[in-house]
Design a protein. Structure first.
Length: 85
């Protein structure tokens, strides 16, 4: 029995809201089910397609000879940092 004080528009609004809620829940359930099956596919494929391929070896190491003045400056810097000043 409908409430006598509720208008037809209010009753229609409640029914429409209930229908929209049911449709939204069905869509959400389908979306979650599809995402779960997609996640299972990701778990079986160990490679990440969004990242570029990584190289297996380390890069070539470079070295530069320091001049005596640069060696002295570096030694002075190390002494300063080890003294905490």
């Amino acid at each position: 029995m409908a409430d006598e004080s509720a208008s037809i528009l209010q009753s229609l609004g409640v029914a429409l809201l209930a229908f929209a809620t049911v449709v939204w829940l069905i869509g959400l359930a389908r979306l979650l089910r599809r995402a779960r099956s997609g996640a299972a596919l990701w778990r079986t494929d160990p490679s990440l397609h969004a990242l570029p391929p990584q190289r297996r070896t380390a890069p070539h190491l470079e070295s530069v000879e320091l001049t005596p003045a640069e060696k002295a400056a570096f030694a002075g810097l190390v002494r300063q940092l080890s003294n905490g000043s």
